[in-house]
Design a protein around this ligand. Structure first.
Ligand SMILES: Nc1ncnc2c1ncn2[C@@H]1O[C@H](COP(=O)(O)OP(=O)(O)O)[C@@H](O)[C@H]1O
Ligand SMILES: O=c1ccn([C@@H]2O[C@H](COP(=O)(O)OP(=O)(O)O)[C@@H](O)[C@H]2O)c(=O)[nH]1
Ligand SMILES: [Mg+2]
Length: 263
């Protein structure tokens, strides 16, 4: 409460300051109107207000399954914003934030950073963006991550769809060890721990969304383009189906994608 009051009074101070720089002397009503517009603009800049909830896609899969690679292609083709939870955490480390040392240690060990922290970073990005469709890559990693996100985030708490890049362990290990991006966790010991955590903690999240009819399971072996042709089908079908019937488009999309990939 007091933090809100403090934020409001600092907003008023900065709005007053910027008003005094920008407008010539005017009567009381004009000043009041300009002042209220300035507050709205200022609030909007930090926190984009949407008329409808954004379209949220969670992108899941083990380490090295190709989540980041495919996200870049989805961004190019379908105009999503890409939020990689791992990248947001690495940014916290490199910006020397108060939690940087703890995050670095957790990532080195192949463990999971406390949910509140990751959720806050994701929420900040979604709220400050003007886009209305997001790929949240590498999150939620645990059931506890998922429940925290649902509790904390008010708009778009449920993903519209979830992609799962299904890749054999041997292939994932091979890819991670040749990733060559200088990551502290791309070594055999950490990868083993990450795979253990993936099986124990992330698979339950994947099963949860499968039971909810939101999961698209994508075989993730093949060339990047072969895998993207599978991904492209999903988003293209959703675009077509949502034009026909928005409320049924996601369950129909999942059924259609599963059938066409089985036949
Ligand atoms: N289909 C693929 N075949 C071979 N290597 C791939 C493929 N997709 C991605 N890679 C490579 O594997 C590594 C891991 O991919 P990345 O997208 O970072 O996976 P993730 O985000 O799931 O950990 C990267 O070096 C990437 O270039
Ligand atoms: O929601 C998340 C996402 C990532 N991480 C940590 O960040 C590391 C790297 O995640 P990233 O998604 O970048 O790895 P990838 O699966 O893409 O190789 C993970 O092993 C975790 O230690 C985490 O704690 N919570
Ligand atoms: Mg990644």
């Amino acid at each position: 409460m007091w933090r809100r009051v403090a934020r409001l009074s600092s907003l008023i101070r900065s709005s007053k300051a910027s008003l005094s720089n920008q407008i010539p002397p005017a009567n009381g009503l004009q000043i009041l109107e300009a002042f209220s517009t300035e507050i709205q603009k200022s609030a909007k800049g930090r926190n984009h207000h949407r008329e409808k909830p954004p379209f949220i896609t969670f992108v899941l899969g083990g380490p090295g399954s190709g989540k980041g690679t495919q996200c870049l292609k989805i961004v190019e083709t379908f105009g999503f914003s890409h939020l990689s939870a791992g990248d947001l955490l690495r940014k916290e480390i490199s910006s020397n934030s108060e939690n940087g040392a703890m995050i670095l240690e957790t990532i080195k060990e192949g463990n999971i950073v406390p949910s509140e922290l990751t959720v806050k970073l994701i929420q900040r990005e979604v709220e400050s963006s003007e886009n209305d469709k997001f790929l949240i890559d590498g999150f939620p990693r645990t059931e506890e991550n998922r429940r925290t996100y649902e509790r904390v985030v008010s708009v778009g708490a449920e993903p519209n769809i979830v992609l799962f890049f299904d890749c054999p362990e041997e292939e994932m290990v091979k890819r991670v060890l040749s990733r060559n991006q200088g990551r502290v966790d791309d070594n055999i010991d950490t990868v083993k721990k990450r795979l253990e955590n993936f099986n124990a903690l992330n698979l339950p999240v994947i099963n949860y969304y499968s039971e909810k009819g939101k999961l698209y399971k994508i075989p993730a072996v093949g060339t990047e383009d072969e895998i993207f042709s599978r991904v492209r089908k999903i988003f293209t079908s959703l675009e077509v189906l949502s034009m026909l019937s928005p409320q049924f488009s996601i369950p129909i999309g999942v059924i259609w994608f599963t059938l066409t990939n089985l036949l």
